[in-house]
Write a protein that binds this ligand. Structure first.
Ligand code: SAH
Ligand code: SF4
Length: 349
């Protein structure tokens, strides 16, 4: 069965024309999908014969939900999906007073292998196709619509390195931003990367001004080579240069992510190096307390150390926030539901 979202607008219109249907039916179908419809028969403004043809040829989504977890009294929900071919990925919906954010996956697994990250610990699976990324957003929209909410923000901070699946990620951003589908402004879409410099430069040329987040975690090569191994290929100074070129080109402030690992990158030396690296730049620093991952040597700093590090970085003239670690109690951070399911699968096999 072909997932309907894998067809472009013109491909779907061709399919409709072959069945004697006007092009505007495509827009009607997309409107239903954008509201999260998963049953072609429920698309009541389409002729019955067309609905039957859709059912015969297409699936509304290729994603199969296999597990969910809930945290923050229902404000955070995480879904593990199985993909065609058997790999699995996850997506997390976070509800706030003024917005609803989806944390989306771009790959099954991740080839970068950061030692503190649950996703990087399992063998790399495969790249997601653009429609598999968009389908995560459609599913979130379906869930949120049932609560009288709308999906307003998307962050590529689930499984995978989005810049290592560049074509599909850019295509999915265009689809999610399309006013005829989800209409989420690129400004409300964050692409987080471990730092593939050539792709950052390419993204700046796409005319889709997404917010760029750089997973920095270390301001000197010696440390970042260990924490984010791609640094050996693309050193930190060059990376910041590429990110600032992106900021200049798009007018978008870059977000720098810094996972706080006790005794590893939360010392006064790190705060000073970070200050020296980013001072005077169009930048915002997001400190993320480490979400514990089993079988890693890392620990989260205590509250006092987080506060002290934040103040030291602020003292260097940088904009800093500490990320809300929502979902921690129900393992909702990057990669962790997946890890639990993988472990239980390994235990039974
Ligand atoms: N691969 C991309 C996007 C997915 S990871 C990237 O690395 O940017 C999204 C963010 O979650 C990254 O900043 C990553 O460093 C962070 N992260 C990974 N594991 C984490 C953990 N155990 N605790 C807190 N943040 C983590
Ligand atoms: Fe991949 Fe990002 Fe995890 Fe690193 S932090 S292993 S780049 S998903």
């Amino acid at each position: 069965m072909i997932p309907i979202v894998s067809l472009s607008a013109s491909e779907l219109e061709t399919w409709l024309a072959e069945r004697g249907q006007p092009a505007y039916r495509r827009k009607q179908i997309w409107t239903w999908l954008a509201r999260g419809a998963t049953d072609f028969n429920a698309m009541v403004d389409l002729p019955a014969s067309l609905r039957a043809a859709l059912v015969a040829d297409f699936s509304a989504t290729s994603l199969r939900p296999v597990a969910t977890s809930v945290a923050d009294r229902g404000l955070t929900t995480k879904t593990l999906f199985e993909l065609d071919g058997g790999h699995s990925i996850e997506a997390v919906v976070m509800r706030y007073a003024d917005r609803s954010t989806l944390c989306i996956s771009s790959q099954a697994g991740c080839p970068i292998g950061c030692p503190f990250c649950a996703t990087g610990k399992f063998p790399f699976g495969r790249n997601l196709k653009a429609h598999e990324i968009v389908e995560q957003a459609l599913d979130a929209e379906r869930v949120l619509a049932g609560e009288g909410r709308r999906l307003s923000h998307v962050v590529f901070m689930g499984m995978g390195e989005p810049m290592a699946n560049y074509g599909a990620v850019v295509e999915s951003v265009r689809r999610m931003a399309d006013p005829e589908l989800l209409g989420i402004s690129p400004r409300r879409i964050v692409v987080s990367t471990s730092g593939l410099i050539p792709r950052i430069a390419q993204l700046g040329e796409e005319k889709i001004p997404v917010t760029l987040a750089i997973s920095l975690h270390g301001a000197r090569d010696e440390l970042r080579d260990v924490l984010v191994p791609i640094n050996r290929k693309y050193p930190v100074r060059d990376l910041v240069g590429a990110a600032q070129a992106y900021a200049q080109k798009t007018g978008r402030r870059v977000s720098y992510e810094w996972v706080l690992l006790a005794g590893v990158n939360d010392t006064p030396r790190d705060a000073h190096e970070l200050g020296a690296l980013l001072r005077g730049k169009l930048a915002h620093v997001n400190l993320i307390p480490f979400n514990p991952v089993e079988d890693t040597p890392y620990h989260a700093p205590d509250r006092a150390s987080i506060k002290a590090f934040k103040e030291l970085v602020e003292g260097q003239g940088l904009n800093v926030t500490v990320r809300d670690t929502r979902g921690r109690e129900a393992d909702a951070a990057c990669g962790q539901l997946h890890e639990r399911v993988m472990r239980s699968r390994m235990a039974v096999s």
